[in-house]
Design a protein around this ligand. Sequence first.
Ligand code: ADP
Ligand code: MG
Length: 205
Amino acid sequence: MSDFTVSEAMAWIKASAAVLDREAAHLSDLDAAIGDGDHGANMKRGFLAVEKKLDGTAPADLGALFKTVGMTLLSTVGGASGPLYGGFFLEIGKRGAGQSAWDAATLAEMLKAGLGDIVKRGKAELGDKTMVDALTPATEAMTGDLAAATAAAAKAARAAATATAPLLARKGRASYLGERSIGHEDPGANSLALLLETLADTCKG
Ligand code: ADP
Ligand code: MG
């Protein structure tokens, strides 16, 4: 597969809704350990709403598609992750206005721009035990063609999500636990890894 188009983007989002539906209980279990136990339900609700919104539509371009994803997540997810994931996709939608195909380097730039919005809104730094810990190394790992770049991103995100376990949470609900947040993986880093694994799966051709 050479370029990332509306058809790959639609496939990614649809597959993500299925993956988050399947993994909701696991994500909520992770959140129960260091938060309020709703992360899986939040993500599942948001992506099923996105899937429903996009179902039967033909977005004009990648910008329009990701704008719809962002706006739907903003209005359905709630919690800390709703505005963060919503803002992530909205930023990508804004940058992608009028564009119908991205090569691997452009997709990497888009994900980095989305990460920029997450950092702007949430002010998390690397090592604060959030989704930023998974997304940062993932975007940096994206070299080669679309299949290689997305596979590298997924692998980096998964490794980084696992590596959040020994960290002390410094942002969000988990930070209220202080030292007791140590020893548990961050739920948002895990949902991010799931999204990028699904992206890689979609792009492997
Ligand atoms: P809530 O914490 O409001 O219940 P969720 O459970 O849906 O929301 O999401 C929690 C996840 O959000 C965390 O695991 C973390 O990855 C992410 N998160 C929380 N605060 C921030 C922040 N300031 N910056 C980046 N990510 C954050
Ligand atoms: Mg929660």
